[in-house]
Write a protein that binds this ligand. Sequence first.
Ligand SMILES: [Zn+2]
Length: 232
Amino acid sequence: MRWLTVGGALAAVLVGTSVFAVGGIWASLPMIGFFISASMLPRALRRSHQTEQRTARQVVANGLAPTLCCWGILLYPEHEASFWSGYAASLTAAAADTWATEFGMCYADTAWHIITGKRVPKGTSGAVSFIGTLSGAFGAVMVGSLTMPLLPPYPLQSLLICSLGVGGMRLDSLLGATLQARYQCTSCGVEGEQPICCDAPAVLVRGVRWMDNDMVNLLSTLTAAAVGIAIG
Ligand SMILES: [Zn+2]
């Protein structure tokens, strides 16, 4: 399993150097702010299945969209402003989702399914909570304000970027409630996100097989980036 850790580190180095090479310290700050806040947020209640492999995938899930925006600046320098807007939007969305998940898991008493509105156990994909939403919005504003030096001095655009972050968080919940794979164990009957349970493959009961939590994160941050680029 060791190479996965190296893979994760390589992914982080690739993301970090791309961002720093293209945008220097001002572009790196919101990225650093996101990663520090994401790792400092309450670790104790993180889902226990987060192994080294998931950490490596997590870097890509949250880091690919902003990195692509940096590469876009290298390829099309004439569209730099638009790509920075996409960069800011994808990072802000990643932050909103991470903050919402961590705080919601730790402190929410009640969670609701984003589509049906029914009460569901917190941590269920597609579950939203008041505390989670509030914390996500706070995370969006925190990382969003760090992206301000990258954006033209229009207060409206910064506000739009933060709203995009919150929108990305909502899209994440929506995808989690619809497309994300959900499995049921054939021996213990437990339903969850893991394709393996009781040492045996579990049956897919909903969603798309390859659509796991990281894939949902990736799609949401890529969508936020695309909308951010369009706004920019
Ligand atoms: Zn089982």
